[in-house]
Design a protein around this ligand. Structure first.
Ligand code: CTP
Length: 399
């Protein structure tokens, strides 16, 4: 599975480092070449000698080692690999990566690499749950860093919860998935997701009930097929998928700007529930209650239609543009008309009338409308809808 692949394995300073020795063995069993790098703290837990023996390779430990620099500079070391794996990834290493620090060999390699990075966090449960650590995780996910674990369970420190490093074979599976050449490898796919928030004043906004679940599932499914995904999301309930470039926005106008900035793309999928209207002149200060009891009147302005704008671009239109149509009445007729009006290639139509329970639920029943006609899909989980749609997109792009 991993024959000919070169893994740069950064071993951080945590008790889980002993599992990284087994990880080296498992990776090599599958044909990978492993170059270990051990941080100063990591060397308190495992020795360079054991890592070198198991890897049958040189182990790197020091940024300022003249011999290493003469043999292979740290920039080259970071790029010679197909994948950089950090296991265990301590709170300190995650913090350095998120903050862009480069004051030792491991952090410098992580800054210098142009390859994908997979991290296997391992730390005390309270450290993992600390807001600073969670902020760093969020930042790293936004940068496209891949995560495996942490798992939940009893920890060396006697506490219980998430923080245990994933087992070596779980990390091997994540390595294989990260290195797999999916059909969408090299393709850039743009996805919009979630609701938009339209400000009334600095403390109030108008929103809708979109959870972002379908868009997130789609982002995940496209990334799993190897696509380079730009995920432009409004304030959704569910966290954005792993392994995509996340761009967070609030309003429809911000979303349009982010979408334009993310182009060119090979395909663009518009799963966001964009607000059709915004408050025409949102107030810069909080609107106060009127002493005489008169009620405020909100005037609306129409928001830009992002899907229609991109579908009708004369220059730089993505070759495949996909929209969604959530309808409560005459689903097929309305969705077919919507596809023609907006000018997109495909429209994914779904019936969101209350009796279907689809809005806010985990299932979806969709019909894919294209130039060739309508394809009715059976009711299934939103994840399955996402996987099937991603497979269709791959099919269309790779012909
Ligand atoms: N959409 C968009 N920008 C908007 C409104 C909608 O990009 N300002 C996109 C959505 O992401 C979706 C598609 O257009 O892919 C259809 O959204 P929908 O809300 O069903 O259509 P509307 O254009 O809002 O039409 P209507 O509300 O009249 O049904």
């Amino acid at each position: 599975m991993l024959a000919g692949k070169h893994i740069l394995l950064i071993i951080g300073g945590g008790i889980a480092a002993f599992k990284s020795l087994d990880l080296i063995r498992r990776l090599r069993e599958r044909g990978a070449e492993v170059t270990p790098v051990i941080t100063k703290a990591g060397q308190e837990f495992v020795t360079p000698l054991s890592a070198s023996g198991l890897a049958a390779n040189k182990v790197y430990t020091d940024l300022f080692d003249l011999t290493d620099e003469a043999e292979m500079g740290h920039i080259e070391l970071s790029r010679a690999a197909d994948l950089v794996v950090v296991a265990p990834a301590t709170a300190d290493l995650l913090g350095k990566m998120a903050g862009g620090l480069a004051n030792d060999l491991a952090s410098t390699l992580l800054m210098a690499t142009d390859k994908r990075v997979l991290v296997a966090p391992a730390m005390n449960v309270r450290m993992w749950e600390h807001p600073a650590c969670q902020r760093n995780v969020e930042t790293l996910k936004g940068d496209g860093v891949l995560f495996v674990g942490p798992n939940e369970g009893a920890m060396a420190c006697g506490e219980f919860g998430p923080g245990r490093m994933s087992e070596p074979l779980e990390i091997v599976s994540a390595v294989e998935a990260a290195l797999m050449d999916g059909p969408l490898k090299g393709k850039h796919v743009l996805v919009t997701s979630g609701p938009t928030h339209e400000p009334i004043d600095p403390v109030r906004y108008i929103a809708n009930r979109s959870s972002g679940a379908q868009g997130t599932a789609l982002g995940s499914a496209l990334a799993a097929l190897g696509a380079d995904v730009t995920f432009v999301t409004g304030p959704a309930d569910v966290p954005p998928p792993d392994g995509v470039n996340v761009v967070k926005v609030q309003s429809a106008q911000e979303m349009l700007k982010a979408v334009k900035a993310a182009l060119p793309a090979d395909a663009a999928v518009f799963a966001a529930a964009v607000a059709d209207w915004r408050v025409a002149s949102a107030s810069n200060s909080k609107i106060k209650k009127d002493a005489k009891g008169s009620l405020p009147v909100l005037k609306f302005a129409e928001n830009p239609d992002i899907l229609a704008t991109v579908s009708q671009m004369k220059k730089g239109r993505p070759p495949l543009v996909v929209g969604f149509a959530a309808e409560t009445d005459d689903v097929m007729a309305n969705a077919t008309a919507k596809r023609a009006r907006k000018g997109c290639d495909w429209i994914v139509a779904n019936d969101v009338s209350p009796e279907t329970g689809i809005m806010g639920g985990t299932e979806n029943a969709v019909t894919l409308i294209s130039e060739g006609g309508a394809d009715v899909w059976p009711r299934m989980g939103k994840d399955d809808v996402a996987r099937q749609l991603a497979a269709r997109i791959a099919d269309a792009l790779v012909q």
